[in-house]
Design a protein around this ligand. Structure first.
Ligand code: 3AT
Ligand code: MG
Length: 334
C-alpha cells in the first residue's frame, strides 16, 4: 500500500495540464475587466455629483485577482458620514442610481453588511455597493499582493474555489466557508510548504501602512521584489492541489490550532482564547483574519457543517490520489 501511495504521489503531476487548462478557462477575459472599469466610472460620476468628497473602491474578488469570469463586482463607497445615518444614505444612493437607468436597484439596509444592489444593463454586470467597509478594501489589497508573488497561489485558489462552489461548501449561510476564507487557507498552506512558496508579508519590513479605526494594516507590499521567492520549490499545481486537500483532511490540528497568515504559521486556540463556544462562535475550524485578529473566519461553521467540510476534504484528497480523472471527479456536483 505504501508503495502504491508513493507511486501515485509522484505520478500526480500527469494531471498538471488539465488543471492548468481548467484555471485558464476560469479567469476572466480582458473585455470583462474593461466593462467593470466602465461601470465603476459611471458610478463614480453619479456618486460624485451628490457627494463630491466621497470615493469608490473596488474590493473582493473583482479586485483581489481571484475573481472568476462573469462574477459580480463589490464596490465600497468611502465617505465621512458625520451624523448621517447609513440606512438613509443607502436609500438616497439607491434613488440616485435608479434615476440613471440602472436596473434592479435595491437597498438592503438591514443586511449584516448593508448594501445597495444593482444591475447595469449596458455591461450586464451586477454590483453590490457598501459604505465605509474600508477593512475589506485593505484585505483585498493584501490578497492581491500575495497573488503577485507566485502564480501558483492564483492557480490553487481558482481550483479550490471552483471545487468549493461545485461541492456546495462555499455558502456561509449554510455553515460552510466564504471565498475569502478559502483564499486565506491557500496562502497559509503555501507559506507552510518547505521550501516555502509564499513569505509572510506582515512579518517583513513595513512599506505600506494604513489604519482603519483602531486596526493597523501594515506589511511589506513591494512584492515585485519577491517574484523569485518560491522558485526553490518546484512543486507542480497538481501536487499542490493534492497536498492542500491532504493538509485539510489529515494534517491540520482542528482541536488545537488556528491558522494565521499574519504570522505565517499556526497559533494555539488557547492563546487566542478560542477554546469555548461564545454565542454562535464555536471555533471548530479557526482562520484568523490577517488584520482584524479577533475575527475567526471559521465562526460560521457549526457541528454539522464541520463534518461536511472535513468529509469533502477527505473525498478530494482520495480523488487526487486514486481517481484516474481527478480533474472531472473532483468537481462533480454534490
Ligand atoms: P466570490 O468570487 O464573490 O465568491 P469574493 O472574494 O468576492 O469571492 P465575497 O463576495 O464573499 O468574496 O466577499 C467580498 C470581500 O469582502 C472579500 C473580502 O475582502 C471581504 N470579506 C468577505 N468576508 C469577510 C469577512 N468575514 N471578514 C472580513 N472581510 C471579508
Ligand atoms: Mg464577491
Amino acid at each position: 500500500n505504501q508503495k502504491r501511495l508513493t507511486a501515485c504521489r509522484s505520478d500526480i503531476s500527469r494531471h498538471n495540464a488539465q488543471f492548468l487548462a481548467l484555471f485558464e478557462s476560469l479567469i476572466p477575459a480582458n473585455e470583462e475587466k474593461v466593462k467593470q472599469k466602465q461601470l465603476l466610472t459611471l458610478l463614480e460620476k453619479l456618486v460624485g455629483k451628490q457627494w463630491p468628497e466621497s470615493r469608490l473602491y473596488l474590493y473582493g474578488s473583482c479586485a483581489n485577482s481571484f475573481g472568476f469570469s462573469k462574477s459580480d463586482i463589490d464596490v465600497c463607497l468611502a465617505m465621512d458620514l458625520q451624523d448621517v445615518d447609513k440606512s438613509e444614505l443607502l436609500l438616497k444612493l439607491a434613488d440616485i442610481l435608479q434615476s440613471d437607468n440602472l436596473q434592479n436597484v435595491q437597498a438592503l439596509t438591514r443586511a449584516r453588511v448593508p448594501i445597495v444592489k444593482l444591475m447595469d444593463p449596458v455591461t450586464g454586470i451586477s454590483c453590490d455597493i457598501c459604505v465605509n467597509n474600508v477593512l475589506a478594501v485593505e484585505n483585498t489589497k493584501l490578497l492581491r499582493d500575495y497573488a503577485e508573488i507566485d502564480v501558483r497561489l492564483r492557480q490553487l485558489v481558482f481550483i479550490v474555489k471552483h471545487w468549493a462552489k461545485s461541492r456546495g461548501v462555499n455558502q456561509t449561510y449554510q455553515g460552510t466557508l466564504s471565498s475569502y476564507a478559502y483564499v486565506l487557507m491557500c496562502i497559509h498552506f503555501l507559506q507552510q510548504r518547505r521550501p516555502a512558496i509564499l513569505p509572510c508579508l506582515q512579518g517583513m519590513e513595513v512599506t505600506y501602512f494604513e489604519t482603519v479605526g483602531n486596526i493597523e494594516c501594515s506589511y511589506f507590499d513591494r512584492v515585485e521584489k519577491l517574484r523569485n521567492f518560491g522558485s526553490r520549490n518546484g512543486e507542480s499545481i497538481a501536487q499542490l492541489v493534492w497536498a492542500f486537500f491532504q493538509y485539510w483532511a489529515y494534517c491540520h490540528d482542528y482541536a488545537n490550532d488556528v491558522i494565521s497568515v499574519r504570522t505565517g504559521s499556526t497559533l494555539s486556540k488557547r492563546a487566542k482564547d478560542w477554546t469555548r463556544r461564545v454565542g454562535n462562535d464555536r471555533h471548530l475550524i479557526c482562520i484568523e483574519d490577517p488584520f482584524e485578529v479577533s475575527h475567526d473566519l471559521g465562526r460560521v461553521v457549526d457541528k454539522f457543517s464541520i463534518r461536511v467540510l472535513r468529509e469533502e476534504f477527505e473525498r478530494a484528497a482520495e480523488i487526487m490520489l486514486y481517481d484516474p480523472n481527478p480533474c472531472v471527479t473532483l468537481f462533480e456536483p454534490y
